[in-house]
Design a protein around this ligand. Structure first.
Ligand code: MCA
Ligand code: AMP
Length: 495
């Protein structure tokens, strides 16, 4: 297929697809992480050198710290035609062991000096040299070849690896360029993690595909956002928790309001942006946050367009190349655009993943016979085609801080604690996180139940800190139906 990154195109006299002479492109800053940055020229050299080394390496894991090396590692793998598996550097042992055995990488790429946990065993480690120089080998990969394997939680069991082909990256990023009028002149700021689609695909690969620039904050802060938007950044990507924190800071921070007012585009995604935060930001800055809706398995499906109307509570219209329909429980398609008829969102298009790695059963269950992907998200359509998400089919999926978390995964981890006899996990509304994880626990010894902090640390250490329960409620017994199944709705109602 044609290059994923025309601005990295190498070779004498070759002109990039943007029609700009390579010399001019090569001197342009592609990536900035704090004090460190990389031009297109130096990125081409570092990623090219890495690609030469990786050629034929099968799959490679990337220890996805929020640093320059992670961007170089993923770019190098893509130039080599090798699939990258981004890993959360805060993953606990159990989660990491699962991902490593499931994805079977041939080596792990990491920034020099970062320590890797023991669970990597004797897997070969390759330090990424962000100042190396080399040329990438000729790109022979096909558009259906895997580009990324991104792990995502389901309702039960351990996370599944969504295999994302190269064509999906190109399709989704080009559709967003159309919707957002996203060009090489844009400078993006974000502080998202680099092991998920939002921060990695949209936030790093997006600017690189456009020939534009990204400034990563290392970690999100309203100060960092204000600084970068005052110093030339044009776009901000964030999850609703980040926009909530911005909305909270705005009354006392006129500089932040001024900086946001200058932005060309403020984009929110990964979960629903509450109307209250949307309105507070609009009132203080004069700018409306636009929402886009996506999923690890589908990349981006819909968005409010840059030239469209940003309406709080809606995620805009299907992106170019994405077919979207609403379907009733019995599988029949809803024809209504009435803002009322609720159906499950199903999508089809070049933006989709190909399969869950090693999980043909789960892959088959995710698609209809005619190739539509079942998102599990419930929505209505407004008369003008805008999609409004109203809920989710599965109550056992929790969205906290923009992270998708399966209740079953946390229940299993809690049950491995010796002082826990029974456990159930639910999500409840949280102004900051959208939903917070609540653990309902029956202690082995009701007189001496394990402390909430201990259970949180237990889950954080095994799975990941963002999966830890924020609240623990102790019960003598869990409510169960006649079949013995835990009645989670009764738990939530009792809270
Ligand atoms: C706290 N910490 C702990 C413990 N408690 N560590 C170990 N054990 C504990 N018991 C540490 C954490 O590691 C972290 O460390 C710090 O305390 C704070 O953690 P946390 O409470 O999780 O952070 P937060 O401040 O609540 O995080 C809010 C956040 C974050 C920054 C908004 O939730 C976030 O980055 N969300 C982005 C999610 C995302 O990118 N989703 C995209 C997937 P330290 O201080 O070192 O950090 S969805 C997607 O990709 C689709 C396609 C889409 O549509 O976008
Ligand atoms: P993930 O599986 O982590 O990629 O998360 C995908 C899920 O995030 C989707 O299925 C939606 O439930 C949710 N999501 C993403 N963007 C939005 C949005 N703008 N509004 C509401 N929900 C969203």
């Amino acid at each position: 297929m044609t290059s994923l990154f025309p601005a990295l195109a190498d070779g004498p006299g070759e002109r990039s697809e943007m029609g700009v002479p390579p010399d001019e492109v090569r001197g342009r800053v592609a990536l900035r992480f704090g004090e460190r940055s990389s031009t297109y020229g130096s990125l081409a050299g570092a990623a090219g050198a890495l690609a030469t080394r990786l050629r034929g390496a099968g799959r490679v894991a990337v220890w996805a710290t929020p640093e320059l090396e992670t961007a170089v590692a993923v770019t190098g793998a893509l130039l080599a035609g090798v699939a990258a598996v981004p890993l959360n550097p805060k993953s606990g042992e159990k989660e990491l062991a699962h991902i490593l055995s499931d994805s079977a990488p041939s080596l792990v790429l990491a920034a020099p000096g970062t320590e890797l946990p023991a669970v990597f065993g004797d897997l070969e480690r390759l330090d990424v040299d962000a100042s190396a120089t080399g040329s990438a080998p000729a790109d022979e990969s096909g558009d259906g070849d895997p580009a990324l394997v991104v792990y995502t939680s389901g309702t039960t069991g351990p996370p599944k690896g969504a295999v994302i082909p190269r064509r999906a990256l190109a399709a989704t990023l080009d559709a967003l360029a159309d919707a957002w009028q996203w060009t090489a002149d844009d400078v993006l700021v974000h502080g998202l993690p680099l092991f998920h689609v939002h921060g990695l695909v949209l936030g790093i690969l997006g600017p690189l595909r456009r020939g534009g620039s990204v400034r990563h904050l290392g970690r999100f802060s309203t100060e960092g956002v204000a600084r970068e938007l005052s110093e030339g950044a044009t776009m901000l990507f964030g999850v609703p928790t980040m926009y909530h924190r911005i909305a909270e800071s705005l009354p006392d921070d006129p500089e932040l309001a001024k900086a946001l007012g200058r932005a060309r585009l403020l984009v929110s995604g990964s979960a629903a942006l509450p109307v209250h935060d949307h309105e507070r930001i609009a009132a203080a800055t004069g700018r409306r946050v636009i929402e886009r809706y996506g999923m690890t398995e589908t990349l981006m499906n819909t968005s409010v367009r840059a030239d469209g109307q940003a309406r709080a509570g809606t995620v805009g219209v299907p992106l170019p190349g994405v077919e979207l329909r609403l379907v009733e429980e019995d599988g029949s398609e809803l024809a209504e655009y009435d803002g009322q008829s609720v159906g499950e969102i199903q999508v089809r298009g070049a933006n989709l993943f190909t399969e869950y790695l090693n999980r043909p059963d789960a892959t088959a269950a995710a698609f209809t016979a005619d190739g539509w992907f079942r998102t599990g998200d419930m929505a209505v359509r407004e008369p003008d085609g805008y999609v409004r998400i109203v809920g989710r089919k599965a109550t056992d999926l929790i969205k906290s801080g923009g992270y998708k978390i399966g209740a079953g995964e946390i229940e299993n981890a809690l049950l491995e604690h010796p002082e826990v006899r029974e456990a159930a996990v639910t999500g409840e509304p949280d102004a900051d996180l959208g939903e917070r994880i609540v653990a309902w626990v029956v202690a082995a010894d009701p007189q001496a139940p394990p402390a909430a902090e201990e259970l949180a640390a237990h889950v954080a250490g095994r799975l990941a800190p963002h999966k830890r329960p924020r609240v623990v409620r102790y019960l003598d017994v869990l409510p169960r139906n006649d079949m013995g199944k835990i009645m989670k709705r009764a738990l939530v109602a009792d809270a």
